[in-house]
Design a protein around this ligand. Structure first.
Ligand code: G3H
Ligand code: 13P
Ligand code: ZN
Length: 328
């Protein structure tokens, strides 16, 4: 088995009414925890790397870790488990080229903050280079709100995707998939209290619903074309509660309800991006571990349950949110 592109994965996902999970990887335990779940559930998946992660861990370490995961999956699973290696939010042609030259099978060029024609011009340049090298390209139209290391857009600067733009954008760029903005948002604090209502029983924020009308309109204009949702962590409240219980402070952290993501996955959405939920699962587990074992200082002691927490969280997503279990 080798690292594959997402072309066949997305076609099957589109036709089968499910989505592929795209999980951000930052270190060995995360790289291991995701395929651990995917092997057991026979789930194709995407491991993605951001610019910030590349700066943190170095391309060569990440690539070798992912290659090791692929080799391990082959031995452990005994069947072909398709894995895509993807650059998340590439912000320049040079970064995309470097990842293509360095063995990634998929890149995202995110110039959604630029005017339409400029976004098209740079996306087209990346597509030409990528396709010449057998690599697929995700592009973006519309701007998500939210804050990550390398992505920082205020709610006022965010904008929904305009369905009337998508056909021309895809035709002129030749991109292979398109990320759109329908109300998802990056990070663990996706919405302000003012954008939400509050559950009278739990006191937790209830986010505004996704704009399925925009998604439907996009799908109508791009029949059969794979759509991507970024900012799609659900911010499970059991992790937020654990973090807060064991010394953290994450008030009003809120995500996208799972049933809305499942609904999107049944339609044109073929790739769902998840990063914050991995961070929350790992951090909650480590905080709990230290609270219960204040004398521990061997990283293996707290990273072993941390990796298991990643695996369990991913397994839940594969079955209950993405619906891609048993599809490999
Ligand atoms: O959308 C961004 C991803 O969650 C990556 O975040 O830039 O902090 O690695 P990062
Ligand atoms: P979350 O912050 O919702 O996990 O989104 C991750 C993402 O979109 C990565 O590109
Ligand atoms: Zn993103």
């Amino acid at each position: 088995m080798a690292i594959v592109t997402s072309t066949e994965m997305f076609k099957k996902a589109y036709d089968g009414g499910y989505a592929i999970g795209a999980f951000n990887v930052n270190n060995m335990e995360i790289v291991q925890g995701i395929p651990d779940a995917a092997i057991e559930l026979r789930a194709p998946h995407i491991l993605k790397v951001s610019k910030g992660t590349r700066n943190y861990a170095k391309h060569v370490y990440l690539m070798k870790l992912i290659e090791a995961a692929v080799a391990d999956a082959e031995q452990t699973a005994g069947f072909d488990l398709p894995i895509v290696v993807h650059l998340d939010h590439g912000d320049s042609f040079e970064l995309c080229k470097s990842c293509i030259d360095g063995g990634f099978s998929s890149v995202m060029i995110d110039k959604s903050g630029l005017p339409f024609d400029e976004n098209i011009a740079i996306t087209k340049k990346v597509v030409e280079y990528a396709h010449d090298h057998g690599v697929v390209v995700e592009a973006e139209l519309g701007t998500l709100a939210g804050v990550e290391d390398e992505v920082n857009v205020s709610a006022e600067d965010s904008s929904y995707t305009r369905p009337e733009d998508v056909q021309e954008f895809v035709e002129r760029t030749g991109c292979d998939s398109l990320a759109i903005a329908i109300g998802t948002s990056h990070g663990a604090y996706k919405f302000t209290a003012a954008q939400c209502t509050r559950d009278p029983v739990t006191g937790k924020l209830v986010p505004p619903p996704l704009r399925f009308d925009i998604l439907d309109e996009v799908a109508k204009r791009l029949p059969g074309f794979p759509i991507v949702l970024h900012g799609s962590s659900s911010v499970p409240q059991q992790f937020v509660d654990m973090i807060n219980k064991y010394g953290g402070r994450m008030p009003d952290a809120v995500g996208i309800p799972e049933e809305q993501l499942r609904q999107a996955a049944r339609g044109a959405v073929c790739k769902i991006n998840i990063d914050s939920d991995l961070r929350l699962a790992l951090t909650a587990s480590i905080r709990e571990h230290f609270a219960e074992h204040p004398d521990h200082f061997d990283p293996r002691q707290y990273l072993t349950p941390g990796r298991a927490a990643i695996k369990a969280m991913v397994a839940h997503k594969l079955v209950n949110v993405l619906g891609c279990d048993g599809k490999a």
